[in-house]
Design a protein around this ligand. Structure first.
Ligand SMILES: *Cc1c(COP(=O)(O)O)cnc(C)c1O
Length: 455
């Protein structure tokens, strides 16, 4: 047993419930506010966009929410996902640290995102919805939603950030293979898109813009709802299958993490792995360091403000309190498209304010370097987003080496990079640059944050 590489659970060990950290937090997160009145929104305010079952999950304070049987049946396609001990990486780094990773790239779409796409499609189908609109950055979420839509006979329309649409034709082909349609955003299909194209016909697009387009279409059509791939409480909730399985797998390994690491775009895969461990800590269990790793070019937690802001560029969504760079902030084009969001999940932001987690930021070149070190030891090519978590884990392992400490590190390998090889090609050509955001544009975006009176 002592040199086990892979910790596998049987299908019967797929979690029966999602875990809701709100039940264990010392304070509830701040309320979501109506963009016009600045009063807390009620479930009905969200009803044009989401089916009521997901809204109830969004506002739930229950510790555990049951996973419907049809969802667990589809989860069986790739769950429980494996947890690996990175023995060759440990050796390559010559570290006394023990490194484990949970591998979510085994899902059909290649990332953790189907964990929430499937229940979102299920609840929409249950409510009689026939069409879902959504946005996608790098294409991971769009392909996950497309995959889930196919299982429940739902037509999926994806607004894909224009730079990624151009850079990643195979992600688009994947969505189309699952039966979805995919449009470059900003598009001329919506008011928001047309307004942006008028100002800047060459706009590369952003997640904030694509969200506005998808929300606009859903809000205007009764048979259409909207799905978000990260950020919201119900999305983080669905992702907790990752950490719950990892707790059992660490038990199989006879170990427990000192450090849990995830990359953070909107915060869902990080929360998915970290929240179940933080829950144990909050209920009196062992303490961990939870580390969220974000891109230095879009550093919402390390450089943003904790403030009420819109979730989208067109300012159509409710206001949530979160770490934000401002909804008008457009980050420079870097390869981890899934980490280019201006805000951070309100729940992850709240947990950070409570001191439950740390955030660090790295530029893309050192992240690709870490990803290549990882690939050469472990044989898996991380997605550019995931490379941030790999970098975070390697940094901690090297610290352990300097300090002579045999700490246990667990990180989430959120997805594989098989559709992102152009980014690796650029890295190998030596032409990859570390893009900095423009300080002036950041302070402009922050100065435009909505003014919400302190409650
Ligand atoms: C979308 C994505 C992310 C970032 O989203 P989170 O909500 O922060 O998890 C990270 N890794 C991969 C592989 C992704 O597809």
């Amino acid at each position: 047993m002592s040199d086990t590489i892979k910790y596998l659970l049987p299908e019967t060990e797929i979690p029966k419930d999602w875990y809701n950290i709100i039940a264990d937090l010392p304070e509830p997160p701040p309320p979501v506010l109506h963009p016009g009145t600045h009063e807390p929104v009620g479930p009905d305010d969200l009803a044009p966009l989401f089916p009521m079952s997901l809204i109830m999950q969004e506002v739930s304070g229950e510790r555990y929410l049951e996973i419907p049987e049809p969802v667990r049946d589809i989860y069986k396609q790739w769950r429980p996902s494996p947890m690996f001990r990175a023995r060759r990486l440990e050796k390559a780094l010559d570290t006394p640290a023990k490194i484990y990773y949970k591998y979510e790239g085994v899902s059909p779409a290649g990332s953790h995102k189907p964990n929430t796409a499937v229940p979102q499609a299920f609840y929409n189908a249950e409510a009689g919805i026939k069409k879902i609109t959504t946005e996608t950055g790098a294409g991971q979420w769009g392909s996950s939603m497309a995959f889930a839509g196919a299982f429940f006979d739902i037509e999926v329309q994806v607004y894909m950030v224009k730079v990624s649409y151009q850079q990643k034709p195979y992600r688009r082909a994947l969505m189309e293979s699952f039966g979805a349609s995919c449009y470059a955003s900003p598009s001329d299909r919506t008011q928001t898109g047309r307004a942006i194209l008028e100002q800047d016909p060459d706009s590369p697009g952003s997640l904030g813009i694509a969200i506005s387009e998808a929300v606009e279409v859903a809000a205007q059509n009764d048979d259409t709802k909207y799905a978000l791939g990260s950020v919201l409480n119900h999305v983080l909730l669905h992702q907790t299958v990752i950490g719950q399985e990892a707790i059992k797998q660490m038990e199989m390994a006879g170990d427990y993490p000192d450090i849990v690491i995830g990359c953070a775009g909107g915060g869902s895969n990080f929360a998915g792995i970290a929240f179940p461990f933080l829950g144990e800590q909050l209920r009196g269990g062992k303490s961990i360091r939870a580390i969220a790793v974000e891109p230095a070019a879009c550093p919402s937690m390390t450089r943003g403000q904790y403030a009420y802001d819109f979730g989208d560029t067109g300012n159509l969504t409710p206001l949530t309190k979160m770490h934000t760079l401002g909804s008008s902030f457009v980050p420079p084009g870097f390869h981890a498209g899934g980490l280019r969001y201006h805000g951070m999940s309100p729940l992850v932001s709240h947990a950070k304010e409570l001191g439950l987690l740390e955030a660090v930021a790295y530029h893309q070149t050192p992240c690709f370097e870490a990803a290549v070190t990882f690939a050469r030891s472990e044989g898996i090519i991380p997605a550019p987003e995931t490379s941030h978590a790999v970098k975070g884990a390697i940094e901690e392992a090297l610290r352990c080496k300097r300090e002579g400490k045999a700490e246990t590190i667990l990180f989430n390998l959120s997805g594989h990079g098989h559709f992102d090889m152009a980014a690796y090609t650029e890295y190998f050509s030596g032409k990859l640059e570390d893009k900095n955001y423009d300080e002036q544009k950041l302070s402009d975006a922050l100065s435009r944050l909505p003014q919400v009176a302190a409650s």
